[in-house]
Design a protein around this ligand. Structure first.
Ligand SMILES: Nc1ncnc2c1ncn2[C@@H]1O[C@H](COP(=O)(O)OP(=O)(O)OP(=O)(O)O)[C@@H](O)[C@H]1O
Length: 320
């Protein structure tokens, strides 16, 4: 017998997904459309259907073939030449801004020197579990699953790591159960060290966003980081200027402690897109420390992050 009648009694939510079915000598083969389902939902669907069908007298064995395999999520690296220029702040806020526009985004904090995303996302106490030898990302309250070096080692312990250990930790985080995530933002450590090299050799990102303050020194380092990506064939999506324009909370006068406009001018010189400018504002630091990043709210400080996320989203959709 080669028929699909045996699937007729499946509930509609299952039956609607069956795009092909045969039953031959007790062996049922089903082709299921798994589009839009996350990894866990797919596993649950397969389990459930297998149970229902094996309960039948005429079915001894069930094979389920899932189609519409999810494509691997797009990896986007966020890098900087120097430390402390706001890379983690940008990555967290971009992830939140993208998630608020409906992108299924995940986040990896690969900063071995000072992982901080677990603080910004309030997941510092979480311990990621492993399933089938792969880590399951930790859920955060912004609906952004994440993994951080801070989840894998005690803060400060990874600093002495070199090549293979770094590569191993990075692999565990990137090869995790990312389910239905379309985009994963990767918060890189500053500079052009082991993590960047492993990233380029093993998990070449689709693109990189670079952040810098407007000082010359920070810019020179950022340009160097940009060169590394470009040499490896990873397009630099654009440059972001951080900590420009400080509005005095007392008198309102705007000053530019690190200069202003330098990143935009550098982007022009390097022929790279300029994605936007984030002001220096105490509320940005306070929000990050308190696990309440500005992009999660609706104050005017969300605006620069939203504008940069818009540019990034345009870049992502132009690729797909
Ligand atoms: N625009 C801003 N206004 C005020 N504070 C900011 C701004 N951007 C970042 N900060 C603060 O500056 C500090 C450094 O920022 P962040 O951790 O994002 O930098 P980083 O480049 O990721 O540093 P690291 O090299 O340590 O990873 C943090 O305390 C952060 O909250």
């Amino acid at each position: 017998m080669a028929t699909s009648d045996f699937t007729d009694n499946l509930p509609p939510e299952f039956a609607d997904r069956v795009s092909g079915a045969t039953l031959k000598e007790g062996r049922a083969t089903l082709v299921l459309d798994a589009a839009g389902l996350g990894e866990e939902q797919r596993a649950a669907l397969e389990r459930d259907i297998t149970q229902r069908l094996t309960a039948r007298d005429d079915v001894e064995e069930v094979r389920v073939v899932m189609t519409a395999e999810r494509s691997a999520p797009l990896l986007i690296a966020v890098g900087s030449g120097k430390g402390g220029v706001g890379k983690s702040t940008l990555t967290a806020n971009l992830a939140i801004a993208l998630a608020r526009r409906g992108t299924k985004v995940g986040l990896v904090d690969a900063d071995i020197y000072g992982p901080s995303q677990q603080v910004i996302f309030g997941t510092a106490d979480a311990k990621p579990e492993a399933r089938e030898n792969k880590l399951v990302p930790v859920e955060s309250r912004f609906d952004i699953p994440m993994l951080s070096m801070g989840h894998l080692v005690q803060p400060g312990r990874a600093i002495a790591w070199r090549g293979p250990m770094v590569g191993n930790a990075l692999s565990q985080m990137i090869d995790a159960h990312w389910g239905d995530r379309e985009v994963i933002l990767i918060d890189l450590p500053p500079g052009t060290g082991d993590v960047q090299l492993t990233m380029l050799q093993k998990y070449k990102p689709a693109g990189a966003v670079l952040i810098s303050t407007p000082q010359d020194l920070a810019l020179i380092d950022a340009a160097r980081a940009g060169q590394l990506f470009e040499a490896a064939g990873v397009p630099v999506i654009g440059l972001v200027e951080n900590m420009a324009g400080y509005a005095c909370p007392h008198c309102g006068e705007v000053s530019d402690p690190f200069g202003a406009g330098g990143v935009e001018a550098a982007a022009e010189r390097l022929e790279l897109p300029f994605l936007g400018r984030i002001p220096l504002d105490l509320a940005i630091r306070q929000g990050s420390d308190a696990g309440d990043p500005p992009a999660a709210g609706d104050t005017e400080l969300a605006a620069p992050f939203n504008a940069i996320a818009d540019r990034l989203a345009e870049w992502i959709s132009a690729r797909s």
